[in-house]
Design a protein around this ligand. Sequence first.
Ligand code: PLP
Length: 412
Amino acid sequence: MKHRHHAHFATAAIHTGYHPQDQQGALTPPIHISSTYAFETVEQGAEAFQGDNDRFIYARLGSPTQQILEQRLARLEQAEAALATASGMGAITATLWSLVKPGDEIIADLSLYGCTYSFLEHGLKSFGVKITYLNLSDPNNLTQHISDQTRLVYSESPTNPNMRLVDIAALAAITGPLDCQLMIDNTYCTPYLQNPLALGADLVVHSATKYLGGHGDLLAGFVAGRQEVIDHIRMFGLKDMTGAVISGFDVSLLLRGLKTLHVRMERHGENAQQVAEYLAASPHVKRTYYPGLADFPQRQLAALQMRQAGGMIAFELNATREQAAAFVNRLQMILCAVSLGDAETLIQHPASMTHSTYTEEALLAHLISPTLIRLSVGLEHVDDIIADLDQALESVFSGASGDSNNGLAILA
Ligand SMILES: *Cc1c(COP(=O)(O)O)cnc(C)c1O
């Protein structure tokens, strides 16, 4: 047999799981919209139900288009298997419904995506699952609290919205010997910047709505890990508990987004580095949280587990909550919107928006400052991004009354 060269990320993101000759030469895989799949005989149907994985049964369990996507995602996350879902929350809920039962404990980091927090706090908790929040940036906190009851440890890295990292390998060293899974939300990094499974995590979950899709035109998610666990999540959490099935049309859009992921992540990162340096040097900015800054507190860890610092920045102004809102309102090109990872630079105020599921006290307890601003640095020319931030800061801090959101004047 000929020696097989192990393709690079960019090549895998474009080719894995599909060859045009399998579909009459079609460069782009066809979208399968069939809801059900016909068998030649009852016996063949029976085999499919016994787990003959080469056959499709019903679209809630997958389709040929979705299978291409899942093979590609698994390859990019260095996983045995992946399961694509209708949204990031679809992947998170299908996974957690599959893996915990009443009486089990989940230990989660203090800072989480708002709806993940809400699902744990208001969803799973009311079904008898114990939820404990710890600052997992210090692995000793996990060592002290983990017990026989702990079935799963959950974290993002960097955390949303405040950009703390957790040492994934250190957490995996603690959960590894126990009957306890380590699950990492890798949305901020994408598999291009960080591979939690390669660092020892058991499961990695993504909102593919963000960088993976990359164009703000779809909702999707996926979970990746060992084949046996992913099969269980598909056959239980997805099939029976959530039904959060991805549409074939969104599978196709996501396959398209993946082809340029590596190119886009490079530019997101270059732009974000310059924007972070601009913010850090501004007298109006109190703190800038970005793993690529020399004074980032976890700079060494960032260099160890992330290939680059990524496109997300958080910062606090030397300002009141009202002034922080006024600053966002005076931006002209940059859009005030939740979501992230799009070509457009997006800004939002977590305490008012994504993290409004937290009470005022919970925000502080979970280390989310009420004046924190979250910035998803887009793919526009970096000089235009900085010019917009600059005029809004000048406008707020010089006390001038600026017109809010007056279109694309900055581009004139
Ligand atoms: C957006 C997001 C989610 C949820 O994903 P959806 O696709 O919106 O359901 C989960 N985690 C993180 C970190 C996110 O940014």
